[in-house]
Design a protein around this ligand. Structure first.
Ligand code: NAP
Length: 291
């Protein structure tokens, strides 16, 4: 636990980072720099590329160097949940951590993805999520983060499909609402009916491409949401347009909102997000996806 001795001189610039793989194109350093400037908090926020086999060692090194907090991104969110000495209620429910907060005895793990998504959908885009029949595609770290928050926001039934069915089953089990949450096989997606909210929480478009999605999944009221943004979100949002979805939303607003929630956990100040979101949106054509 020597990595977690009190930081000697808190007057020096506070150190934060995002840890992922890959992470080079992450927008998080720029977002946190903008929040720091806006709130007058001097901070350093860097991107640390950690392959899975190096994650634990690089995180320990970051702690030993005085790191006060970190965002954790793909593919480390579930691993991060296992190394924390305490977990917030929402991180425990998610079984995934995207925010680490230094404490004297180790890391506290939190998950701000869910609240970030719900805030973006309801406050920025004005969606009423209540009673929406919802399809969640994916069961990785991001899906685990957003599912409890969507349920808490009042959606109707939640159907979960995933390439690896066991992970959809495990997520449904963890959500512990068997009357409301239904894991299904991805190959059966054509028989699931139509949905008012469809959330793509896969990283499929980064590699092999999006799974085939029937047009009948969407209806004229559907909100289709990709947690990715930039070019990685294009295939799903193009499908949503062709399928006639009413709203087509990428993950840029969620990214800014989850960052604001992490910032609040670390600095106890809530930054204003609209200006940062608008600036990122203006440069959308140049964006490369990574959170
Ligand atoms: P992850 O933990 O690695 O999970 C990846 C998910 O994608 C799993 O469900 C995986 O299925 C599925 N998948 C990967 N390749 C696939 C393919 N070829 N066909 C079908 N499914 C495939 O990653 P994550 O952290 O959940 O991130 C998922 C996406 O959300 C990423 O694009 C990430 O950038 C984005 N995200 C955005 C924000 C934001 O703030 N906007 C926050 C978090 C994440 P298996 O279980 O079968 O492997």
């Amino acid at each position: 636990m020597s990595n977690f001795a009190a930081v000697a001189n808190p007057a020096v610039v506070k150190r934060f980072a995002v840890i992922g793989h890959p992470v080079a194109h992450s927008l998080s350093p720029g977002i946190h720099a903008a929040f720091g400037k806006q709130t007058g908090i001097a901070l350093s926020y860097t991107a640390i590329d950690a392959a899975p086999e190096h994650f634990d060692a690089l995180l320990a090194e970051f702690a030993a160097e005085g790191g006060l907090g970190a965002n954790i991104t793909l593919p480390h969110k579930t691993r991060a949940a296992t190394i924390c000495t305490t977990l917030s209620e929402r991180a425990r429910r998610a079984g995934a951590v995207n925010t680490l907060i230094r404490t004297p005895t180790g890391w506290e793990g939190d998950n701000t993805d869910g609240v970030g998504l719900v805030r973006d959908l309801t406050e920025r885009h004005g969606l009423d999520l209540r009673q929406r029949r919802t399809l969640l595609i994916g069961a990785g770290g991001a899906a685990r983060g957003v599912a409890p928050a969507l349920l808490d926001a009042g959606i109707g039934d939640l159907f979960i499909v995933n390439r690896t069915p066991e992970r959809a089953d495990a997520l449904a089990d963890a959500l512990a609402q068997p009357g409301r949450v239904h894991p299904r096989y991805l190959r059966d997606i054509g028989s699931l009916g139509t949905f008012d909210l469809i959330v793509n929480a896969t990283s499929a478009a980064r590699a092999d491409g999006l799974p085939a999605l029937p047009m009948a999944l969407a209806n004229p009221r559907t909100a289709a949401v990709d947690l990715s943004y930039g070019e990685v979100a294009i295939p799903f949002l193009a499908w949503a347009r062709a399928a006639g979805a009413h709203d087509r939303i990428d993950g840029l607003g969620m990214l800014v909102e989850q960052a604001a929630e992490s910032f609040q956990r670390w600095h106890h100040v809530r930054p204003e997000t609209d200006a940062v979101f608008e600036e990122l949106r203006e440069h959308r054509a140049e964006l490369v996806t990574a959170d």
